[in-house]
Design a protein around this ligand. Structure first.
Ligand code: FAD
Length: 409
């Protein structure tokens, strides 16, 4: 076992056991205020009082900032966008009826103890992710097959049965907002503050934002996706492995979603749930299945080449393209349309991709370097975890890096 792997293993065990004890204690009837205040990633409070800048207010930066403040450190979080959450984005506009749909993170595996543990910590409710009523549809080679609800839910996706997936009631963005609205992070997050340079000295690090502000810290936590890391000028330069990864040498998956809100749920006339799959390939979700009607949103979830095909089109062309195709899947789609919108992660200025998905040779050459600290700069983010493409990976790596910073001299 290499040093990194051993360290990762020990930290992973610590974090996993902390998460497990939280879940067990919450099933216990004797919950005390202290156990509720505990969080899955609580740090040792003997790490001193360091001045820390966290770059990025996505899941990894938020969890790290939250736990570092609770451990007694002085934390500032700098976020380029004018919102927190990063790739956790619940789209609430232009939909009527208080309807919403997920732009990014949506489903949670039962094994994702940190995601579930923090949802629990902030008293968020969980619901089944997939529709538990109505039949599913499968389009393959021009055939339109109807799959019974029970059959679909008892087939697996990503190694577990569909019926086991959960979601956060009210929208995934409630989780990052629970962190940022907590008294712990009050007044510590600066929005619209893109970091443009990081200069490392022997005793401190200086961070500059593109709107002219300068901060000095003992340690930096950088959670910036590799696709946009080259927007930051590092002095001295980062390792050759990180430079390769941030200059296109670490593949990211493109993903685009097209959402259509319909005036009514005409698919229910056929006892359909509004969910299914097509061989584009495409996942079709009806995220409003458990919200009251009469309107309903159906969403096309595309990755790789089909996502890139959409990305080449204008917003209106994307909607028309999917709507025309769907007329054969859900007859009546065109005449019942109320509004449409799309979300392309490859075209987001501060993401430029959906999640890290390195080729096997990139994985072998670089994965172990991505999360390694370089002097006073620490690195986290889904790309620096074993659970790439999941909130769990972002949370895990944020806590791994927070532990490193807490334990550093
Ligand atoms: C389409 C899609 C579907 C997904 N589905 C799921 C799912 O069903 N379940 C699940 O658990 N996960 C899912 N994920 C993955 C999950 O959303 C991510 O793993 C997680 O949110 C990543 O968090 P992060 O903190 O690593 O990165 P991010 O959320 O990207 O956070 C990084 C932050 O850094 C900021 N930033 C970038 N550059 C700078 C700079 N120079 N200065 C300051 N700030 C900067 C960004 O604006 C961003 O807010 C999905 C993601 C996508 C895109």
């Amino acid at each position: 076992m290499s040093d990194l792997t051993r360290r990762e293993f020990i930290r992973r065990s610590l974090i996993l056991s902390a998460g497990a004890s939280l879940i067990i204690s919450c099933e216990d009837n004797n919950i005390t205020p202290t156990t509720i205040a505990n969080s899955p990633g609580m740090l040792d409070t003997n790490g001193g009082n360091k001045k820390i800048i966290v770059i990025g207010a996505g899941m990894s930066g938020l969890v790290a900032g939250y736990e570092l403040v609770r451990a007694g450190h002085d934390v500032t979080i700098l976020e380029a966008r004018d919102r927190i959450g990063g790739r956790v984005l619940t789209i609430r506009s232009p939909f009527s009826n208080n309807h919403f749909a997920e732009g990014g993170a949506a489903r949670i595996k039962p094994s994702h103890n940190l995601t579930l543990g923090y949802a629990n910590h902030f008293n968020l409710d969980l619901d089944p992710f997939y529709a538990t009523s109505g039949d599913y549809i499968n389009i393959s080679n021009g055939n339109r097959d109807i799959i019974a609800n029970n059959t679909y839910l008892n087939t697996s996706y990503g190694s577990i049965l569909r019926k086991e997936y959960l979601k956060i009631r009210g929208g995934s963005d409630l989780l990052p907002h629970a962190f940022s609205n907590s008294s712990v992070l009050n007044n510590k997050i600066y929005l619209g503050a893109p970091v443009s340079s990081i200069q490392q000295g022997s005793n401190s690090v200086t961070v500059q934002t593109s709107n002219g502000n300068q901060f000095t810290a003992d340690r930096i936590l950088c959670t910036v996706p590799l696709t946009v890391l080259s927007k930051i000028q590092f002095t001295p330069s980062l390792s050759s492995e990180k430079q390769t990864a941030m200059n296109g040498g670490y593949r990211y998956a493109p993903s685009t979603r097209i959402y259509m809100q319909f005036q009514n749920r005409f698919w229910e006339n056929e006892s359909l749930s509004g969910w299914g799959n097509s061989d584009v390939p495409e996942e079709i979700w009806q995220p409003t299945w458990d919200l009251s009607g009469p309107t309903g949103i159906i969403m096309s979830y595309l990755r790789w080449t089909p996502a890139e095909t959409m990305d080449a089109l204008s917003e209106q062309e994307r909607i028309n393209y999917v709507l025309n195709r769907w007329e054969n899947i859900f007859p009546g789609a065109t005449s019942n349309l109320e509004s449409g919108v799309s979300q392309s992660w490859a075209q987001e200025e501060w993401s430029q991709g959906a999640w890290a998905s390195p080729t096997s040779s990139q994985d072998a050459a670089l994965a172990n370097h991505i999360g390694l600290a370089e002097g006073r700069i620490h690195f986290a983010g889904e790309h620096a975890s074993d659970d790439r493409g999941w909130m769990q990976g972002a949370l895990f790596s944020g806590l791994r890096a927070a532990t490193e910073i807490n334990e550093a001299n």
